[in-house]
Each structure stands twice: as C-alpha cells, then as structure tokens.
Write a protein that binds this ligand. Sequence first.
Ligand code: UDP
Length: 238
Amino acid sequence: MPRKSFKRVLLKLSGESLAGDQGYGIDPSTINTIAAEIKEVVGDGVELALVIGGGNIFRGLAASSKGMDRASADYMGMLATVINSLAMQDALEKIGVSTRVQSAIAMQEVAEPYIRRKAVRHLEKGRVVIFGAGTGNPYFTTDTAASLRAMEINAQVILKGTKVDGVYTADPKKDPTATRYNELSYIEVLQKGLQVMDATATSLCMDNNLPIIVFDLTTPGNIKRVISGEAIGTIVQG
Ligand code: UDP
C-alpha cells in the first residue's frame, strides 16, 4: 500500500545514534549530518519535533542492575537526554534552524518547561521542538516519551530512526534467513516480542492509533524519504 507524506512528525532518535562509530558520547560529525537532514525537511515546511534518548551517556536500568537505586539511576538517564537535546539544539542553530528545547524536568536556566500549547505554537512557527528529560518519570523510556508527546502535539506519525532498515523476523546479524517486515500490526509486535519500541510505548500507540515507522537513519536522505511517503523501513499500524 502506498504511504502518504507527513506534515507534522515526531522523530525519535536513540542516544546511540548520536555516538557514531565510537559507541558512546556525542560524535560531532554524526550529529551535524542528522541536523543537516532535519534542516532540509523543515525547509520544506514539515513541522518536526524530536525526542532523543540517553543511552549513549547513561541508562537507568543498566546502572540499577549493578546496584544503584532505580529511580535515581533513571533520573540520571533523563538528564542524559537533556545533554543530547542541547547538543542537537546547538547543531541545528549553527546551521540556521530555529529550535526550542522543552524539558519534562524543570531547569529553567537550560530549557523551557514542557508546555504542550507552547510546543504546538513553536511547531506552527517552523521551529524544531526538542523534548528533553523523557516523560519526567522514572521507570519509563524515551520511546514512551516519544509516543506520549507525539499524541499530545497531534503528530501524524512517530519516525524511529535506527541503525537497521526496519524490523526483522530475527536478528539479521545472527540469522541469515531473517527477513524484513514491510508492515506490522501493533498486536503482532507485542505478541512476537519484536524490538520496535518497548511494550508500554507500543500499546500507547495502539490505543491511540498512532503509526510508527522504523527506518535506517544511517542512510543519507532517509529522513526526507520517510517523511515524503517513500515506503522504506517497517510501518507499524492497525
Ligand atoms: N528515562 C526515564 N524516564 C523516561 C525516559 C527516560 O527514566 O521517561 C531514563 C531511563 O533510565 C533510560 C534513560 O533515561 O534508560 C535513557 O533513555 P532511553 O534508554 O530510552 O534512551 P535510548 O535507548 O533511546 O538511547
């Protein structure tokens, strides 16, 4: 089935996608490449909001498995997402893209507080809105934050940029017979335990009929392709 193009989208990037080949932290050339692609679509009139994970800096679950209090570790993870958001803001503004960072945890010297109506207004004015600090709650992920914010701002889709070109029947690195799904239903994702988003995020999208497209962020031009309706990656809907 042909896809439609989108006017308002929420782009979810994992923290790792900013790390480039080094696997941790922020790689300047990688973040600049992503920023340039975002500039192009915003220039075409697309309203784009961003949620960036924190896994390139800190993951709450990993730290709590080594003995740290889970809630404290999760707050550290949320702060890591703010670091990534500020880095992306800097990369975008340097090339002339107007942005706002809104944080789910109050830190007024650093970012605006999350205010839904303001976020929508920024988007209408052509600014990229970067949502930092996840949902503001421990025990959640930035995938869930992406789903929640996408719904709140009436985004038409969540675009999940990853290092693989969609969702596979098995891990293609381990199983050469693995094939890519073009389309999946939410229920299939949940029942098969496919690694699209975590179950909380997937069921939130299912309950509110918000499509998710998983696509390869590492191929240049893919952000524009997926927004313009080209059938790349895997779409999860219905
Ligand atoms: N986190 C959280 N609540 C949220 C979003 C994130 O507690 O609403 C914490 C959690 O510890 C998580 C970390 O922030 O491990 C980084 O986010 P995530 O793992 O989703 O990042 P990604 O895997 O996308 O880089």
